[in-house]
Design a protein around this ligand. Structure first.
Ligand code: PMP
Length: 389
């Protein structure tokens, strides 16, 4: 009998990598060789997880809460999520609509798997978080990028979103504050997008990290929406792997069935920790937010001094998407060049969409000292690179 050839499926083989992770992995190689790399590429808080969260996790471990939980998550956590949205945004949904997941990333996968038929379209901005189109395609959908312009604060222009609609449009992704641009969508534009009548998938993972006006939840504008959120960013909990999805009721059971099969449940100790994050962690979030804000202002100023373009100042998350076209139009090459020659990790714009080519994303989730050192190194390297040989 002739066996089939042992090779990865086309689905797996054509799946795109997350380029920033490639930068990180090359940086780790350089570090193994003795280099001291400054990391401005990763989207990961440098803060220790708040003490009240650590204490709640220790308590859970001491009490032996180390087993599977309900597939939708602990009811106490789902209630805390619902109360959090009620008190922060004045919106209400039932804890029964909340699905707790092992990070926001699995929530994205479960959501698009539950939403898309083959050929359905999902609109997202360009630049965008790299995983949106990758997951949409994996689930059989088509991603439809809508360019957002630096001169327009990298915000969705609702009329451009409207003209990208088709009979196959299943959802519009909103990510405010946005990774990689740091843009916060204005109330008027959020209203206009909600008014298009298409379900909105709102990735609210950077909520809590806004420098200026309060961020808004999509649920303040429409109930025709899915909310994704998680504990990685605002609570400095990337490694705990905890997030959640708020879905219209008819989607909960189908998503629950996938969760049962794919993941069983989110990790139990992390769920107990997350209850403390929501109920006791806000003062700590506020403290970290103030420090990020200081770093943000420092980074914008230094980048401009070095000749990078920051036409629209980021007002949320912890990233600056800076125009690097003065130095190169090939962001992938420039990012790896800065890593190899100056030992500074940055994320190439092209990872975030064709419209971000020629840009670099700098993360300020690092100490002022490291940001200063990293940008000084880049400055010295670029100066020497410009010198005629
Ligand atoms: N959405 C956005 C916009 C992100 O930046 C990230 C993390 N980089 C995620 C989702 C996923 O986060 P996690 O799985 O850690 O919750």
């Amino acid at each position: 009998m002739k066996g089939s050839k042992l090779e990865p499926s086309a689905r797996a083989a054509t799946f795109r990598s997350f380029i920033v992770m490639d930068v990180l992995e090359r940086a780790a190689e350089l570090e193994r060789g003795g280099a001291r790399v400054i990391h401005l590429e990763v989207g990961e808080p440098d803060f220790v997880t708040p003490q009240c969260v650590l204490e709640a996790a220790r308590r859970a471990l001491r009490e032996g809460k180390t087993h599977y939980t309900h597939s939708l998550g602990l009811m106490e956590l789902r209630e805390a999520i619902s109360s959090h949205y009620r008190s922060r945004y004045g919106v209400s949904f039932s804890p029964e609509q909340v699905v707790v997941t092992a990070g926001t990333s699995p929530a994205l996968l479960l959501l698009f798997a539950a939403l898309l038929e083959p050929g359905d379209e999902v609109i997202h901005s360009d630049p965008h978080y790299p995983c949106y189109p990758n997951i949409v395609r994996f689930c059989g959908g088509h991603s439809v990028p809508v360019a957002v312009a630096e001169e327009d604060g990298f915000q969705y222009a609702p009329e451009k979103v409207a003209s990208a609609l088709s009979p196959r449009t299943k959802a519009i992704v909103v990510n405010s504050p946005c990774n990689p641009t740091g843009a916060v969508l204005s109330v008027e534009r959020m209203e206009a997008i909600a008014a298009l009548g298409v379900p909105v998938v709102s990735d609210e993972i950077y909520h809590g990290l806004v420098y200026g006006e309060r961020e808004r939840s999509i649920l303040e504008f429409t109930t025709n929406a899915f909310v994704l959120n998680g504990f990685s960013k605002a609570y400095a909990m990337t490694g705990w792997r905890l997030g959640y999805l708020v879905a219209p009721q008819p989607f909960v059971r189908p998503i629950q069935k996938m969760q049962q099969n794919f993941f069983i449940s989110a990790p139990a100790p992390a769920q107990y920790a997350a209850i403390a994050a929501l109920t006791e962690g806000w003062a700590e979030v506020e403290r970290m937010r103030e420090i990020y804000d200081e770093r943000r202002r420092f980074m914008i100023r230094r980048l401009r001094e070095l000749g990078f373009g920051v036409a629209s100042e980021p007002r949320g998350a912890f990233y600056v998407l800076a125009n690097a076209r003065r130095f190169s139009h090939d962001s992938y090459r420039l990012a790896f060049e800065l890593l190899e020659k100056a030992h500074v990790g940055v994320a190439p714009g092209v990872d975030f969409g064709a419209n971000a080519e020629g840009y670099l994303r700098f993360s300020y989730a690092n100490s002022i000292e490291n940001i200063a050192e990293g940008l000084d190194r880049i400055g010295r390297y670029l100066k020497q690179r410009e010198r005629p040989r």
